[in-house]
Structure formats: C-alpha cells, structure tokens
Design a protein around this ligand. Structure first.
Ligand code: G
Ligand code: G
Ligand code: MN
Ligand code: NA
Length: 254
C-alpha cells in the first residue's frame, strides 16, 4: 500500500483524533481558547505526529478531506462543551494553503458551523504569513467573507515568514501568534527579546491580540508578561491534551 493510499484509507476509516492545547489570557489567568492539533492513530505504527503526515496530505490534496474532518470535529466538540453548560471557548484550527485557496473553502467552513451548531464567533482559523502573501487580494476577500459570518483569524508562526508589514494592516486578523523559535531562548538572547517586544508592540498598534507559543518556563512567562503579551500557550501550562482533560479544566473554573 503506498503512503497516499494509506492516508486516504485512514481518513475514511476514522484513524485520526484531536488533541487540544490551552491558550491562557494573562490578565485573567483563564483558559480562553484552545488549539486543535490532529494525531494519527496508525493501527500498526502507533501514534504518528502531524509533522510526519501533513506534508504528504498537502502535496496529495488529501488535506482537504482531512482538514474538513478536523474542522467539523473541533466545532462539534466545542459545541458539546457549551451544551454541557461549560464556559464558552474559542477553538483554533490550523488551515493549510491548499484548503484555504480552494474555491469551496468558505462553504466548507459554513458547513462545519451548520453541522455543529457552533457560534461562528467561537471559531478561529490559523493561517501562516506565507499563505497570506501567496495571493493577497484573494486572501483578503476570502477572509472578509468568513469575517461576515463571525469567524476570526490568527496569523500562525508569526515572524518566520517574510512579513510584508504594509500588507498586514489589510488583513482582518484578530491575533498574532509569535512563533516558538523566538520564545525558547527568550531569557538569554537579547535579539529574541527585541523581536518579541517588537511583535507585541506591532500587535498593540494594529489592535491585534498577541499570543506567544512554546512557553515552557516561568521565566519566559514573566518576560512576556512584563512586555505586555496578551496570551500564552505552551508546555509550561499544558501539553496538547485529550478532550476530556479540557472538559475537566473547564469544569474546574466554576
Ligand atoms: O501538534 P504538533 O506540534 O506535533 O504539530 C506539528 C505541526 O502540524 C504544526 O505546525 C501544526 O500547525 C501542524 N498541524 C497540527 N494539526 C493540524 C491540522 O489539523 N491541520 C494542519 N494543516 N496542520 C496541523
Ligand atoms: O505550527 P503550530 O504553531 O500550529 O504548531 C504547534 C505545535 O507546537 C504543536 O505541535 C505543539 O505540540 C507544539 N508545542 C506546543 N507547545 C509547545 C512548547 O511549549 N514547546 C514546544 N517545543 N512545542 C510546543
Ligand atoms: Mn498553529
Ligand atoms: Na505556530
């Protein structure tokens, strides 16, 4: 069985599940959102990381059906927490260029919202800088269509693509996600600190929230707090976890 066939079979056979990683608002200390991260439960090879199958899913086009499943499952799960009376969360879903540039993308997102009954305001889509810069005018038009429904956007891995700063102001983006490569040596590297401080100030000036990814230590957290970062995500708070763990965390907030 070649790898593409194996991936196709896995999608129709339901071999995937989602983990969710909490995102914490620093002002309130609360989990305000979660990022959905896909995992492949291979019947023979065991758990496979997305880094090992997303590239093949993208090059083969299978990211479209796989991405539909991720989006529908994330929306369904989020609605079920809300229906259980838990505090509303935003669920953040990673979107590949191949999905986003498909003519049917806006319909696919609408379909996931309709199927689940989730309020569009509780869904955020994570796009990378390079995706946005590929075809700016089309990206802005697509984003505006979804913005009209209430869906929000974040720029993922911010600072690692080629940032066209003049373009940034044209995108209807709610959040910048500072890439984890700037966070890992934040306590010892003055250049990283400078970059992080600059991204936070850029976000403030563009009225976008700024979230730091890959926060692993209390020291990194304190530096981010001191520099006015809005939100944080990383192993210091939680690894990506199973849905029932998120449910317990939400229940603990009562
Ligand atoms: O969860 P982990 O750190 O192993 O993820 C590795 C990479 O896979 C990250 O870059 C992440 O954005 C990507 N990824 C995880 N889940 C999805 C998904 O549902 N869709 C897409 N397109 N990428 C994902
Ligand atoms: O590209 P994207 O930002 O979507 O990737 C998110 C990835 O980062 C996930 O695979 C997740 O497992 C990983 N991740 C989340 N928190 C941390 C962290 O604190 N440290 C490291 N090294 N990786 C993290
Ligand atoms: Mn992401
Ligand atoms: Na990222």
């Amino acid at each position: 069985l070649n790898q593409i066939e194996e991936l196709r079979t896995a999608i129709s056979g339901g071999e995937f599940h989602l983990r969710y990683q909490p995102q914490i608002d620093l002002a309130s200390g609360r989990m305000v959102s979660i990022e959905a991260l896909v995992r492949w439960d291979h019947p023979v090879k065991g758990l496979i990381s997305p880094a090992d199958f997303i590239p093949l899913a993208e090059s083969s086009g299978l990211i479209v059906p796989l991405g539909d499943w991720v989006l529908q499952e994330a929306c369904r799960q989020n609605k079920s927490w809300q229906d259980a009376g838990l505090a509303p969360l935003t669920v953040c879903v990673n979107v590949s260029a191949r999905q986003f540039s498909d003519r049917t993308w806006v319909c696919r997102v609408k379909h996931a919202l309709d199927l689940s009954g989730l309020d569009a305001g509780c869904l955020e889509l994570e796009l990378t800088e390079s995706l946005l810069m590929q075809n700016m005018d089309q990206a802005i038009a697509t984003m505006n269509d979804l913005r009209e429904l209430g869906v929000r956007f974040a720029i993922d891995d911010f600072g690692t693509g080629y940032s066209n700063l003049s373009a940034l102001k044209s995108f209807p983006v709610a959040r910048l996600k500072i890439d984890k490569c700037f966070i890992s040596n934040l306590a010892s590297d003055d250049s990283d600190l400078g970059i992080v401080a600059a991204i936070i100030s850029l976000g403030q000036n563009l009225r976008m929230k700024v979230i730091a990814e890959g926060v692993e230590t209390g020291e990194q957290l304190e530096i981010l707090r001191r520099n006015g970062c809005d939100e944080v995500q990383g192993f210091h708070f939680s690894r990506p976890v199973a849905p029932d763990v998120i449910g317990s965390m939400l229940a603990g907030h009562h």
